[in-house]
Each structure stands twice: as structure tokens, then as C-alpha cells.
Ligand binder design. Structure first.
Ligand code: 5GP
Ligand code: MN
Length: 349
């Protein structure tokens, strides 16, 4: 990943305007990368004297509650005082972090679209970003938005500008988006960045525990139930799916974020190529997709579930029943396999 000097200079130019009113927004169902990158970037901009409001469409998962500064993030869905709407209406600059399309803001997207005068800056690592940003730091090769934010801070002010709270939240995004440094896009540059965060004083085991060993008992039991009772294999055991209905989630006192990681688990099976999770919501079914190697679930999500994401981790939505969603998935996987997108295992059929 190489930052464009010209773009960094343009960013420096706009940030030199004194006393800007800034809004930082991130995607629906914000994860460690969304929140971590927002908090770190907010700190940087506050340090320059700008006033900053961070907003997300809905609540982040409870295992991120400990993150320094997270209490100030406005949750649009619960924002009865209209703080986010006011901040957006008055904003001189809007930073869009960790998403590629305004539609990913869901209930917050109209509010953002309504401010047509603010300068819009994208900082993101998803494929196929929307056009229309005044400045776009779009690096689909980057493993996380936190890594891009790290590199921007380094380019603008030098890595010395990174404080311990910034280092902690940046580490969270780098860790969660790479599955604790196990997925693709792991570069020497990323590990150099991590080395700097460690120098800054972050305690890696604590950060790991705060995020990955902080679940409820219900979540642990739901996980067992989901793997044992709900995981189904198709295509000769090379493709998996799992579904959870609202009544099943209630049984285990489901809280948002509790199903995080379930979809990855099928990929611990050696010959697994692709895995899906269907999570029932009141109005639709949220689809999560994961894959290994060359199997492109970003393409699959775009084609069959009106979604997108990354090559090995993507998502989308379904507006039909669970039964129909699963039938559509099975048919779509078959078509995908027949077109050769699942590799050669099924090509003889
Ligand atoms: P997750 O399964 O963790 O919710 O999402 C995995 C990846 O897919 C994330 O990078 C996320 O941004 C992307 N993603 C999830 N849902 C959607 C969606 O509805 N539309 C698009 N375009 N991307 C999504
Ligand atoms: Mn991300």
C-alpha cells in the first residue's frame, strides 16, 4: 500500500483550515475496525483544533465498550436529541471510514446525503467505492481501515503523533479485521505499524482478551448450538451455511455481536471453501459470507445478495423468508460452482 503524496498534500491542505466542524461516520453494525479507525482519526483531528463528532447508525457490539473514547460516539438509532443530525447538517467536512457506499449507512444515509456542501473524504479498504468523494483514500489491498489511518497519521505528522489511546484503538481494528493477524493482506508494513503501536505501550494480551474473551455465557452456548444443530454442508462438504432465527437468538439472550465469528468456524474444516451465515432481523435476513483463497465471496455477495465487501469476507441482505433465502443460496452456490468459481473440485459434474 502506497499513499499518494498528492492526495496526502491535499488532505493536509484542507486540515489546515482552522476550526473545522467535522463529522466522522462509519457503517451499520460497526465493528472493531469501524470504531477503532473513527476514534483514532477523531483524536488526531481534535489535536489539530477541529471539533469532531463521531456517529454510527446503530450500536457497536458490547465487547468494544471498553475502548477509550467510545462513549462519545453518537448512535444515530438512539439519538433522541438529534445530536448526530445537527452535527451533520453543520459539518464542514464529513469523513467516511470503513465503508464504500453511502447505502452501508442504512438509517443514517439520508442524513449524510442531505448535507451537500461539506467536503467528503473517504478512508476505506472495501472494493468498488462509490464515486463522488472530494478526496478518496481507497485501498482495497489494505487489511484494515485502521492501518490506512495509521499510515495517514504517519504521513501527515510522523508516527510520533500516535498516542497510547490512539495506538490501542488502531490495534483493535488491525487485529479484528485480520482475524488476529491470520487472514490475507498481511504485509511487512502492517507488522511495522504494529511494532510502533507496541513501542507506544499497548499491551497486546489485554487488548486480545478485551475483545475475544469478553462474551456472555449465552453466546458460548449459542455457538455450540449453532455449530452442532444448525451448520449444514453442501457441495461434497466444501460449502457450509448456518442460520439463526429470532426465537433461537432469544433463547440464548442474544446481544448484537454475539454471532461474530460463527461464519468463520466452518472454514476450520480442511476442505471448506466457502461459508455463509443467515441471521434473521425483524425486516430482513443479514447474510455473512467467508471464503478461503481464490473463492471470491465479494463477487458472490454482489451477484446473489445485493451486497459486497472483500474477496474472502463479504455480506448482503435477503428480503425473503429464511427457507427461501437458503434455497436461493443453495441454487446460487451450484451456479457459482458450475461457472468454475469454486475451483476444480466440482468441475467433473
Ligand atoms: P460481516 O459478515 O462481518 O458483517 O461483513 C463482512 C464484510 O462484508 C464487511 O467488510 C462488510 O463491510 C461487508 N458487508 C457486510 N454486509 C454488507 C452489505 O449489506 N453490503 C455490502 N456492500 N457489504 C457488506
Ligand atoms: Mn474494515
Amino acid at each position: 500500500m502506497k499513499l499518494s503524496t498528492e492526495q496526502v498534500d491535499r488532505l493536509r491542505g484542507v486540515l489546515e483550515r482552522p476550526g473545522q466542524r467535522v463529522v466522522i461516520v462509519s457503517h451499520t453494525n460497526p465493528d472493531g475496525d469501524a470504531v477503532g479507525s473513527s476514534l483514532a482519526w477523531a483524536e488526531v483531528l481534535r489535536g489539530m483544533g477541529h471539533s469532531v463528532v463521531c456517529a454510527v447508525p446503530n450500536k457497536y457490539p458490547y465487547f468494544l465498550d471498553w475502548m477509550p473514547g467510545i462513549d462519545e460516539v453518537v448512535i444515530f438509532k438512539n439519538d433522541t436529541e438529534g445530536r448526530a443530525a445537527r452535527a451533520v447538517a453543520e459539518a464542514d467536512m464529513i469523513f467516511c471510514l470503513d465503508f464504500n457506499s453511502l447505502s452501508r449507512l442504512e438509517i443514517l444515509s439520508d442524513t449524510i446525503a442531505a448535507n451537500t456542501t461539506a467536503l467528503r473524504v473517504l478512508i476505506d479498504h472495501h472494493l468498488s467505492p462509490d464515486e463522488g468523494f472530494d478526496l478518496a483514500f481507497s485501498y482495497p489491498g489494505a487489511s484494515s481501515t485502521c492501518y490506512i489511518v495509521y499510515r495517514l497519521i504517519e504521513a501527515l505528522f510522523g508516527a510520533e503523533a500516535i498516542t497510547l489511546p490512539m495506538a490501542e484503538v488502531l490495534y483493535v481494528g488491525m487485529m479484528t479485521d485480520t482475524g488476529n493477524f491470520a487472514f490475507s493482506s498481511l504485509t511487512p508494513g502492517l507488522f511495522r505499524a504494529v511494532a510502533v503501536l507496541v513501542e507506544r505501550g499497548i499491551h497486546v494480551p489485554t487488548l486480545y482478551n478485551n475483545v475475544y474473551n469478553a462474551y456472555t455465557e449465552g453466546r458460548a452456548r449459542l455457538f455450540g448450538y449453532a455449530i452442532n444443530r444448525k451448520m449444514q454442508l453442501i457441495e461434497d462438504g466444501t460449502v457450509a451455511y448456518m442460520s439463526l432465527m429470532e426465537n433461537e437468538m432469544r433463547r440464548f439472550r442474544f446481544q448484537q455481536g454475539d454471532s461474530e465469528g460463527f461464519v468463520n468456524y466452518a472454514l476450520t474444516i480442511k476442505k471448506m471453501k466457502m461459508s455463509a451465515m443467515f441471521l434473521a432481523h425483524r425486516k430482513f435476513i443479514r447474510v455473512s459470507l467467508r471464503s478461503r483463497g481464490d473463492v471470491d465471496v465479494n463477487l458472490f455477495a454482489r451477484r446473489y445478495f445485493d451486497g459486497g465487501g472483500h474477496k474472502n469476507a463479504a455480506g448482503g441482505k435477503s428480503f425473503v423468508s429464511m427457507e427461501e433465502t437458503i434455497a436461493h443460496y443453495i441454487r446460487s452456490v451450484r451456479e457459482f460452482a458450475e461457472e468454475g468459481y469454486l475451483g476444480d473440485a466440482k468441475s467433473e459434474k
